[in-house]
Each structure stands twice: as C-alpha cells, then as structure tokens.
Design a protein around this ligand. Structure first.
Ligand SMILES: Nc1ncnc2c1ncn2[C@@H]1O[C@H](COP(=O)(O)OP(=O)(O)OP(=O)(O)O)[C@@H](O)[C@H]1O
Ligand SMILES: [Mg+2]
Length: 572
C-alpha cells in the first residue's frame, strides 16, 4: 500500500482512498487504465517517467495513440485535485513525460487494515485547539520566522496523527511548500549519525524541483550531498566522499544550516522528524544549531517524541534549554475527554447516536488514550459486541457485562516496550501487576526477591519516565512509615504483565503479597481487608479467603473510594 497524504493507494485491491476533514475515508473511482497510470507514476515517484515508458507499462498488450497517455494523466490529476501550474502530485516534464513529486511512503496492508478501526481512526477529535495553534505558527513561518515545535506524550496519545493532520492542512492551503519527513529508528546497536535528517533530505531530493536543491547542496552542503545516494554520478560522489572524510561535526552542522536557509528563502519547508526518543546525538546537535540561528528562514521543524529514556537523554537538556529561551514550543498531548470519545463515535455514524453509556465505557477503559480507544472499539467490533448495521449502532450485550480483552497487536506492542526494560524492572512490574491497578512501593518491596529499597528506586525511576507506571500519592503505613504509591499508566499494561506470568507464579505471588499486607496492616486491618481477601483468594487459599471476604463484606460500603484503587475490590 502506498501513501501520499491525504491519499492511500491500495495496489492490492486497485483502489484509491482519500482522507477527508471529517467523516470516513472516501473511495475515489478511477477507470482501470487511469489507476494503472497513477500506480506506475507512484511506483516510480521522484523520477522522470517518459511517455514511451508509460505506454509500454500500461498498454503493453495493445496499440494506442500517444494522446491516450495525456488523457489518463489528466484524469489522474483531476482525481487528485492537482493543478498543472503548481502541481503537488504529478509534474509535467516538458515534451518528455511526467514525474510523481509528492512524498510517498510504503505501508503494509497489515498496518492499515480496512477494518472498522481503520475507518474509526480517520477522524481526529479533541485536537482542534492545538491544530489552530500550529496553523497560526505556520503563518509566522511563511513570514520567515523559523519555528521549532516538539509534540510529546505517551505511546498512542496521537502525536503522529496530529502531525500528519497538520501536514495535510498546510499541504492543501494553496501555498507552494516543501515537506520532508525523517524517521528515527529504534536502534539496538549504534545509531546512524544524522539518520532522520539524511532520510528527510533524501526524500526532499526525490520531490519536485530537484535540480535547484541539488545545486544548493552542492554549493553549500557538499558533506551532505555526498551521503545521499542517486543524486550524483558515481565518480563525483566517490571523489566528494574522499574529500570530506574526517570533516568535523561542526562543519556538517554549519553547512546544513546555511543550505536550509537558501532552500527556504523562497519556499517554506516543513521538516517533520518522527520519534526523537530514538534520536542520535549528532541530530540533537543539528536541531540545537538550527534553533539557535537567528537568521530568517521559512522553516518549521516539527518533531515528535515519547517520554525520554534515559532521563539524561541529550534531547531533554536541549529542549529545556530552548524552552527557557523561548526558541521552541512543546505540545504535551493530554488524553481525550469523554466528550471527545462521544464526538469520535458520533462521527462514525452520523445517522445514529451511539448507545447511551458506550462513550463512558470506552473512555474509562482507554483512559482517553486514542490508541487504546481505537483498540477497545476494534475489540468490541471483532467480538460482535457492538455492530453497525443499516446505519444504526447496535449493542449485542449489556454494557456492564463487557470485559475487554487486549487485542493481539496491542499486546505485541506492549510486550516490545517491556522487553526494552531491564530484567529487574520487568520483574518489579510483574510483581506490581499482581498487587493491583495501583500499589504501595514498600509493600511490594517487602514481598519481592529483590532488595526492597532497590525496588522502590526502580518504581521511582520508571514513574519519572512516565512509561508504564505513574506516581499517585504518599501513603502512611500503620507504623508511621511513609511510602510512595504508584499506579499503572493504563490498565492494559497491568493486564499484559499479569497475563505473561504462569498461573502457578501468580498464585504464589498473590499469597506472598497477601501475607505481607496482613503483617504490615495487622493494627489497621479494616484498611486492607478487601484487598487481602482478593490476594488470598487468588492465592488459592479458599478457607482464609472466605474469612476475609466476610470481613470485607462488613466494611465495603462504609467508605468512599479515594479513586487511587488502594483497597476496594473494584479498584484491584
Ligand atoms: N485525536 C484523535 N482522534 C481520533 N483518533 C486518534 C487521535 N489521535 C490518534 N488517534 C488514533 O490513535 C492511534 C494512535 O495514534 P498515533 O499513532 O498518532 O499515536 P503516537 O502518539 O504517535 O504513538 P507512538 O508514540 O507509538 O508513535 C492511531 O490509530 C490514530 O489514528
Ligand atoms: Mg507516532
């Protein structure tokens, strides 16, 4: 599947889709030959495709007059809403042929299945305010004020979706602009210096008006040009590479700073760098230099990152420094509200209102995280709990009976996140998942095989990274000791950590936590009885569990739950 914002070319099913501002994706009907012309141009994006080549590729089995190519290219342009004078997609190369000039990215059909969630994920909600702010900032870019913007937040909060939506809007507001996209790759080994920037420059040089760009790079940034394949003849490239071998980092940074100023003198550039939590130090240096230059440039550097891990990440110091000087902006994305979830559901079926209570359920389950919201709806659709037939929502089971399961792809994503943690961190989190949605560090510490003070430090470090657990409050134990209470950032993390342990180990750990609770709270048993009953029951000690459950039944109902999930069974 090829994607060129806002379109998606499904080569497997031979159809073209377009994302709209609101509502689901729209299918654009093309005649078979027109589709083949578009697919061939997209397949060879960035390079000249001659008339003869198109004739051979699309009409290999028949003889047609050359005008046919023109007619079908016209049809492609009108389907894409492209203008021949200022084309964003198909550029005419006078008398020779055509070039597809928009950035194209590849997506596997698996990444974007045409399922309910695919359609559901098309509509952004709750981001109107930040989009407006971004568009206003873009106006400043058009006036030559360079802008550096970071979008941050937990995994799945919608950083990429927001950046892509913004990119789509600026691409379609009629001005001539350039967009380049660079991706940081999670590196288990060493990271390529300037990897995402080289990625973006390479893309830029496959886009429209390549010649002036190459001229600028050749004159002002030869150290960069030499690293971009396919732009120079082999001999010239090798010569350049010899010349620049061993040049200092500072020179590279300076060269690109100069070149970007020339590139953006006339046409604004949106440089979009994704996933800077995996960025290399050289790119951090470069961002720093670009942000510090005070000379005018129609440049916006828009970058996304999750919580920075480790906390001493070089980018963290840079962002703090730039923020203090007001040389950058940081947008911390917050979870969606229940009203946003309601709006999201509304947009899916404008003809019918979602079942009462559905948005509240999805919101509380996803805690406003859009990725989890989409996954929860996907899960319900897959299990036929919620269906949409004849333009109507239909609930197939009472909402209060719906128990969510973690969809496989989400489970794999969370597993991959956990795999990146140390063995001790994983084991401390697994133990915490036995304790509940929230847990006291010192109770867990005393039930752990690892040194208890070490366990507490681990939770503190994990919560500072805002990854999987977060700090909730400071509790006092019956003996007066103060302890920190933490909670899983999302219930799905707890579920995956819980499920990955064998039933035998879970039962052992439940019993152990139950025993520690009983010992620590011997003088204030009423505080923990429901929790205790739960652990002893899960630890398969039936007779003691019944005893505690009886006591719990007398206590529950006489206290208001504080919301931190510490003692009521419903919170566990
Ligand atoms: N505001 C929103 N409204 C509706 N759907 C959204 C919104 N934001 C994100 N989504 C959907 O949620 C999913 C996750 O979003 P996205 O990939 O942008 O998250 P992310 O923050 O970039 O995650 P990661 O840190 O893993 O890169 C996508 O399917 C996206 O379409
Ligand atoms: Mg993302």
């Amino acid at each position: 599947m090829k994607v060129f914002v806002p379109f998606r070319l499904d080569t497997l099913n031979q159809c073209l889709w377009r994302r709209r501002d609101t509502g689901p994706e729209e299918r654009i009907l093309l005649r078979p030959k027109t589709f083949l012309v578009l697919a061939y141009l997209v397949e060879h994006a960035g390079r000249l495709v001659t008339h003869d080549e198109l004739l051979d590729a699309v009409w290999s089995d028949s003889v047609v007059e050359p005008q046919a190519v023109k007619r079908h290219v016209l049809a492609v342009r009108s389907a894409l809403g492209d203008r021949p004078k200022h084309s964003l997609f198909v550029e005419t190369v006078a008398t020779r042929g055509y070039r597809f000039i928009a950035p194209v990215s590849e997506r596997s059909a698996l990444e974007r299945p045409t399922t309910i969630s695919d359609r559901l994920s098309q509509d952004l909600v709750g981001r109107g305010g930040v989009l407006k702010m971004l568009l206003e900032t873009w106006q400043r870019v058009s006036n030559g004020e360079r802008q550096i913007i970071f979008i941050t937040g937990e995994p799945g909060i919608g950083k990429t979706a927001l950046a892509e939506e913004f990119q789509r809007r600026v691409a379609f507001d009629g001005q001539s602009i350039r967009i380049a996209h660079g991706q940081c790759i999670e590196g288990y080994g060493s990271k390529e210096a300037y990897g995402p920037v080289l990625d973006a420059l390479g893309q830029l040089c496959r886009g429209p008006q390549v010649e002036p760009l190459v001229d600028i790079l050749s004159a002002e940034a030869p150290t960069w040009l030499a690293q971009l394949p396919g732009l120079l003849a082999r001999g010239r490239r090798e010569m350049l590479q010899r010349e620049i071998s061993g040049v200092a980092r500072e020179r590279m940074v300076r060269e690109l700073g100069d070149a970007l100023e020339s590139i953006t003198a006339e046409t604004a550039l949106l440089l979009f760098l994704e996933d800077l939590h995996w960025v290399d130090d050289s790119t951090v240096d470069l961002i720093s230099a670009l942000a510090r230059r005070r000379t005018p440039a129609k440049l916006m550097l828009l970058a996304t990152y999750r919580a920075l891990d480790p906390p001493r990440h070089s980018l963290k110091a840079l962002v703090s420094d730039l923020l203090v000087r007001r040389w950058c902006r940081k947008i911390d994305l917050t979870p969606l509200s229940q009203a946003d979830v309601e709006e999201y559901l509304d947009a899916q079926l404008p003809t019918s209102s979602p079942p009462p209570g559905l948005s509240a359920l999805v919101h509380s389950h996803s805690e406003g995280n859009p990725l989890f919201m989409v996954a929860a709806l996907e899960d319900m659709a897959k299990r036929n709990l919620v269906t949409r037939a004849n333009g109507q929502w239909q609930l197939q089971a009472p909402l209060e009976q719906i128990i969510f399961e973690v969809p496989d792809d989400l489970r794999h994503m969370i597993e991959a996140q956990l795999e990146r943690l140390s063995e001790q961190e994983q084991s401390a989190l697994e133990l915490a998942s036995i304790a509940g949605a929230s847990f006291s560090a010192s109770v867990i510490g005393s039930a752990s095989d690892i040194d208890s003070s070490r366990v507490e430090t681990l939770y503190e470090a994990l919560s500072r990274r805002h990854h999987i657990v977060k700090w909730v409050c400071t509790d006092s134990l019956p003996d007066g000791t103060l302890t920190e209470r933490y909670a899983f950032v999302h219930v799905l993390y707890r579920q995956v950590l819980y499920d990955r342990q064998t039933p035998g180990r879970r039962a052992r750990l439940h019993r152990r936590i139950g025993e520690r609770l009983a010992a620590i709270y011997a003088q204030r048993m009423e505080d923990v009885v429901p929790e205790l009953a739960y652990h002893i029951e899960q630890g398969a000690d039936r007779s003691r569990a019944i005893d505690y459950l009886r006591q719990a039944a007398e206590i529950v109902g006489c206290k208001e739950c504080c919301g931190c999930g510490s003692i009521k069974p419903g919170c566990i």
